[in-house]
Structure formats: C-alpha cells, structure tokens
Design a protein around this ligand. Structure first.
Ligand code: APR
Length: 230
C-alpha cells in the first residue's frame, strides 16, 4: 500500500511549552512589541536596529530551549508515515526533535540574508548588528517573512497539502494569511485534527477537535493514527 502522508501545520502554540511566547493571547509577543515596528518592511526602514534587537532576543530565546513532547511525537510519526511539517514558526525545534521534512512558511531565525537577495542565506547563530553585511554589501537581516512580504514557500506547502491523507493542525490561531489558507487545500474527505487549548473558530465540524495543550494532544493524535495503521 502506498505510504500514507501526514501533513502537520504548526504554529507558535506547539513551541509554547518549550518556553517560547506565542504572538496573540495572554503574554503574547505582540502585546510587548507593536507588529508594525518590528515585523514589517516599514518598521525595518524606520528603525532597523530596533528590528535587529527584537530578533536577536528571539534567537537567544530559541537557542535556550528544547523541543517538547509534541515535537518529539511528530518525529515518531515518521516511523510509519510520510510526514511533511509545514510550520509558521521560525524556531528550529522541529529540526532538533528530528523531523526530516520541514517547510518554514515564515522563515528561520537561525538564518540571515541581505536586503536584496532573499535566496542567498547565511547561518546565523549570534546577534546581527548594524553594519553586518551580506556578500552583496547590503545590511544583513533575519531570514524571516515580515507582514506584507511574499511567502515563497507557500507553493511547496500547498503542493504538500494537496497530497495529504491526514492533517494535524497544532498551535495556530489561523489568523495569518496566506498561511491559514493551507487547511483549505487538503482533500476534503481526509481525517483532520486540530490540537489547541482554545481551537480557532475556523476549525469547522469536519475537524476532530482536541482541546488540549500540544504536549498532551499531539501524542494522543499520533497514537490514534498509529492505531489506524495497526
Ligand atoms: N499547546 C497548543 N496550542 C497552544 C498552546 C499550547 N500549550 N498555547 C497556546 N496555544 C495556541 C493558542 O490557543 C493559539 O491558537 O497557539 C495559538 C497561537 O496563536 P498565535 O500566537 O497567533 O501564533 P500563530 O498562529 O503561529 O501566528 C501566526 O503570526 O505574527 C505572525 O509570523 C507570525 O508565524 C506567526 C503568525
């Protein structure tokens, strides 16, 4: 039988129990920093040093935490299924948990790039400072997709979603587009799960809703998928 394909669509909530803030909701990142100032091209033009400081702090945060049971449960899925992790997260926790097929829709905090060439990426484990330059001489910036910028990996994500046999949505408010459109591209009839303590209202009646934290709900969904294949 052809290998069944699980598509996972994750957001900040899957990393919350590792200790990384989500964006919306109590204590969210966007409560402390206005989005426009640190996550838009205008904010970068206005005060690039402020943007660099914001992402330098987030990079340090990512490097100080570990993947949690939810990331690890998704890695175990690869023992039985073809798995594509489509994440809105810029952390590397799915990678560090051992998942091998990951699409970052909104970029990666541990990579940087110049201001003109979005294809030429550089590893970035330390702070980016004003005056740090790419090979083309432009100022280095985080390899992160800001609001209003293109989402180059969306086509690859949509192609993967179209071949899903199962969908697991975990830890996303489904409030940001075009990423949130992803759930509309999976085949209508496949089993869809959403794991979230406060599931988005967009998860319609075709979803199995697991109202739980990721470290509780994701292992339960993985166990259910395993049982389906036993
Ligand atoms: N386990 C699972 N889900 C959780 C947990 C948890 N422990 N804690 C919070 N959540 C859920 C919240 O209920 C919410 O639905 O995670 C979701 C977080 O939503 P957002 O903060 O909006 O994060 P996300 O959906 O990833 O944001 C999308 O917005 O600002 C941009 O680029 C940024 O990629 C980000 C995008």
């Amino acid at each position: 039988m052809k290998e069944r394909h699980v598509v996972v669509f994750s957001g900040a909530g899957i990393s919350a129990e590792s200790g990384l803030n989500t964006f919306r909701g109590p204590g969210g990142l966007w409560e402390g920093e206005p989005v426009a100032a640190v996550a838009t091209p205008d904010g970068w033009k206005r005060d690039p040093a402020r943007v660099l400081r914001f992402y330098n702090e987030r990079r340090k945060g990512v490097q100080a935490v570990q993947p949690n049971l939810a990331h690890k449960a998704l890695r175990e899925l690869e023992d039985i299924f073809k798995v594509t992790i489509i994440t809105q997260n810029i952390d590397d926790l799915h990678e560090r948990a051992g998942s091998s097929n990951i699409i970052h829709l909104h970029g990666e905090i541990l990579k940087s790039r110049g201001c003109h060439d979005s294809q030429k990426l550089y590893p970035c484990l330390g702070d980016i400072s004003m005056g740090d330059r790419a090979e083309d001489g432009t100022q280095l910036r985080p390899h992160v997709v800001w609001f209003g910028e293109a989402v180059p990996m969306m086509d690859a994500a949509v192609a993967a979603a179209k071949t899903a046999d199962f969908l697991i949505v975990v830890g996303t408010s489904l409030e940001v587009y075009p990423a949130a459109n992803l759930v509309d591209y999976v085949p209508f009839e496949i089993p869809k799960f959403i794991v979230d303590p406060m599931p988005s209202g967009l998860a319609d009646e075709t979803f199995h809703v697991i109202e739980a934290k990721a470290t509780d709900g994701v292992p339960r969904v993985v166990a259910q998928l395993r049982a389906m294949m036993a």
